[in-house]
Design a protein around this ligand. Structure first.
Ligand code: AHG
Ligand code: MN
Ligand code: MN
Length: 339
């Protein structure tokens, strides 16, 4: 049992010197602004059924998806809190078409944050776990210049931090700055996230697979054969796999991170506008790929390591297969014809 259980995020950060030696406190202040935003979202999500934030906002976002009122509220909360933090030079939200510039009246900093303000938002009205996902980069353009696409379009390997908050039976923040993955649970009675899951490691192999089987007929042949093998190949693998799929990436990922297993959202031919699948590289795949690799797992498109993808569009979509390393390796055998 880690003797540090129960310490706050800031204490944990300082204790573990998770910042570079020349740290100025800037990253800590950025993290504190993000944490405050997520506490506010948790409060709003927690009483969603009682105030007018359920249901649709009556508009479609840049993703071509129905915007939920809670999507908008979460997006506004994060945008406001990070803009006034003085630590960011640009924001990219799943909910907004363009790079969000920090309003002139606020000081800017050296970080770029990509975020999915509310992941799994179609589940809000049904009280199913949802979350916020974020991905942090250092700017690459000179600090006295305007930010541009170069700052926003960096490969996932360049992330300096990534994490998510899951608004579920408890509110848990899972985060890494490249020295392992730690989970913090919100104690609502004191309003602090306290260390509850130190040094998370994903099991090498799991017994859970997560995929929307409704898309079966749209998958590539290798993915279909792999899923069939999981279900009907007991004589071969001797494992009784379970299918678990919530429809909130952050909740499916969090369970598989802790228990082991595989989450798959492969390319599917269902929507000709989304030939690369549904999930977004910059605000979903990259941050979770960063975390899973830090926890000893793997994240791939099936062909390429997610973190090495050179992005060309801030809302670029990618196929995402992510989880236990042995499970991902077997999947790749199937789609590359080795099984
Ligand atoms: P978001 O709510 O941010 O748009 O994300 C929804 C995503 C992800 O959370 C989940 O894994 C996936 O959509 C589910 O998609 P399907 O309903 O097509 O399975
Ligand atoms: Mn999402
Ligand atoms: Mn979202």
């Amino acid at each position: 049992m880690s003797e540090n259980l129960g310490i706050t995020i800031s204490n944990h950060f300082l204790l573990n010197q998770q910042l570079s030696p020349g740290a100025t406190g800037s990253f800590t202040r950025l993290l504190q602004s993000l944490v405050l935003a997520c506490k506010i979202i948790q409060k709003d999500v927690g009483k969603a059924g009682l105030v007018d934030v359920l249901g649709r906002a009556g508009k479609v976002n840049v993703q071509g998806e129905e915007v939920q009122k809670m999507d908008e509220l979460a997006n506004l909360t994060i945008k406001r809190r990070l803009s006034v933090s003085g630590e960011v030079c640009a924001l990219v939200s799943e909910e907004e078409a363009d790079i969000i510039e920090v309003p002139r009246q606020y000081p800017t900093g050296n970080y770029v944050v990509h975020y999915d303000p509310l992941d799994g938002s179609s589940n809000i009205d049904a009280n199913v776990s949802i979350g916020t996902i974020f991905s942090i980069y250092r700017r690459v353009t000179p600090s006295n210049s305007d930010t541009n696409d170069k700052d926003a379009l960096q490969p996932g390997l360049k992330q300096v931090g990534a994490g998510y908050v899951i608004y579920g039976s408890s509110c848990v923040l899972v985060f890494s700055t490249g020295q392992g993955v730690n989970g913090f649970t919100l104690d609502p009675s004191i309003g602090e996230f306290l260390l509850s899951h130190p040094n998370i490691r994903v099991p090498r192999r799991g017994k859970i697979y997560s995929i929307n089987e409704g898309n079966y007929s749209y998958w590539d042949e290798g993915t279909r054969r792999y899923i069939d093998w999981l279900k009907h190949g007991y004589e071969d693998h001797k494992i009784h796999y379970s299918s678990r799929y919530i429809g909130s990436l952050v909740a499916d990922f969090h369970r598989n991170l802790l228990y082991g297993g595989l989450f798959l959202y492969p390319a599917d031919l269902k929507d000709p506008l989304k030939p690369q699948g549904k999930l977004r590289l910059m605000c979903e795949a990259n941050p979770l790929a960063y975390l899973i690799e830090q926890a000893g797992g793997v994240a791939t498109t099936g062909q390429n390591r997610i973190l090495e993808i050179e992005p060309n569009y801030i809302h670029q979509r990618v196929p995402l297969i992510i989880g236990s390393p042995d499970d991902v390796a077997i999947y790749q055998d199937f789609i590359n014809g080795r099984r």
